[in-house]
Design a protein around this ligand. Structure first.
Ligand SMILES: Nc1ncnc2c1ncn2[C@@H]1O[C@H](COP(=O)(O)OP(=O)(O)O)[C@@H](O)[C@H]1O
Ligand SMILES: N[C@@H](CCOP(=O)(O)O)C(=O)O
Length: 349
């Protein structure tokens, strides 16, 4: 049995839209067996079973499920048209879908690693990141999930030819389900070195409180509300803070006032407030002064989850935010999470 574990992630930390990600301690798990036999009745030779978040909505056919579609993309780029006979994938998913905790990033990373394992491809993590970036095109979730920890990420300036290959429509990378029928066409391989990451230190005192509202915001929709250009003042505002953030969050003991300041943002949060009732009030009123123990607060990924970083008073801080959401009629759960330093792991038993 091959076990693949991929952590969830909180992207955009503060001013780091599409740049800074933090892998956190909820893991998507795949238990994979390849049962050798002459033939398989399963479409594309793959049987999927699933438990956990999204069990009532996630498709279980290999050409529709995001994890197995991603694995098929990787396999097909290496001349393997289907899964080995017969591949059985059991998915255990505790990451809530569409909440800004990187469920799709984790699914994409899991799919790339699945393809690499069952196809015996021997891809490096750096090459696997290229495959991830052909599907989930912002690097902050997938790099954090793959490498673990608190990361700064970037996309390289590619040649015009590689740029157009990287920007190929997603529908050509992951073709629409065709009922298991293999069209025979080779998918576009990713260019090399699409993106990269750097790991930053994280002060051990700081934990992450995730306040998770019980409604979904699709990342695709939350990207549509963002402007295509920004004022110089807003851009400089974010640059000034992002320059401080990695050292502020790495310094021990943490300086809460400095972290709070370094987590302000004018690039994505103000534009997403229409999707998340109560967002501006929560971000402005929960501060280190009003709530001792708090260091900083921001939208997690594209939302609606709120990420509060704190050294103490976790339950008190969570309850205040829960009560603010409740005023707008929104129910939430909350979890106390820690950085997942290791990232994606593969074990064999
Ligand atoms: N474990 C999974 N298996 C299959 N598909 C998944 C899984 N996790 C997420 N997805 C897909 O990703 C979508 C959510 O992605 P997205 O809108 O980016 O939100 P999130 O913030 O959770 O990443 C789900 O609706 C589903 O289609
Ligand atoms: N940088 C992306 C991050 C999306 O994260 P998710 O967890 O909501 O998928 C964005 O803000 O669009």
């Amino acid at each position: 049995m091959i076990t693949i574990k991929v952590p969830c992630s909180s992207a955009n930390i503060g001013p780091g839209f599409d740049v800074i990600g933090l892998a956190l301690s909820i893991w998507l798990e795949l238990r994979v067996e390849v049962v050798k036999s002459e033939s398989s009745e399963a479409p594309l030779n793959c049987v999927i079973t699933y438990e956990g978040e999204g069990a009532d909505e996630v498709p279980l056919s290999a050409d529709s499920n995001l994890i197995t579609r991603t694995a098929l993309y990787v396999l097909r780029c290496h001349g393997q048209r289907a899964f080995p006979i017969e591949t059985r994938v059991h998915i255990i998913n505790p990451i809530p879908l569409g909440r800004g905790l990187g469920s799709s990033g984790a699914a994409v990373v899991a799919g790339v690693v699945l393809g690499n394992e069952v196809g015996k491809l021997g891809l490096s993590k750096a090459r696997m990141l290229d495959y991830c970036l052909m599907i989930e095109r912002h690097p902050d979730n997938v790099a954090a999930a793959l490498y673990g920890g608190f990361v700064g990420t970037y996309l390289n300036d590619l040649s015009p030819e590689d740029t157009s290959r990287k920007e190929i429509p997603l529908s050509e990378v992951l073709p629409a389900p065709a009922g298991g029928v293999d069209t025979g066409e080779a998918p576009p391989e990713p260019p090399h070195d699409i993106g990269h990451y750097m790991k930053f230190p994280w002060a051990p005192e700081i934990k992450a409180i995730a306040i998770i509202p019980q409604f979904e915001v699709s990342t695709a929709k939350a990207r549509e509300v963002l402007p295509t250009s920004y004022s110089r003042a807003d851009l400089v505002f974010n640059l000034q803070r992002i320059a401080l953030l990695p050292s502020a969050l790495g310094r021990s003991p943490p300086d809460a006032e400095q972290i709070y300041l370094a987590m302000q943002d004018k690039v994505h949060q103000p534009y997403r407030k229409g999707l998340i009732p109560g967002l501006p009030e929560i971000l402005h009123s929960v501060t280190p002064k009003s709530h001792p123990g708090l260091c900083g607060i921001c939208l997690s990924g594209a939302g609606p989850t709120i990420l509060a970083l704190a050294t103490d008073n976790f339950e008190g801080i969570a309850n205040v935010i829960l009560a603010m959401f409740a005023k707008t009629g929104i129910k939430c759960i909350w979890k106390l999470l820690e950085p997942a330093e290791e990232g994606t792991t593969v074990t064999y038993s």
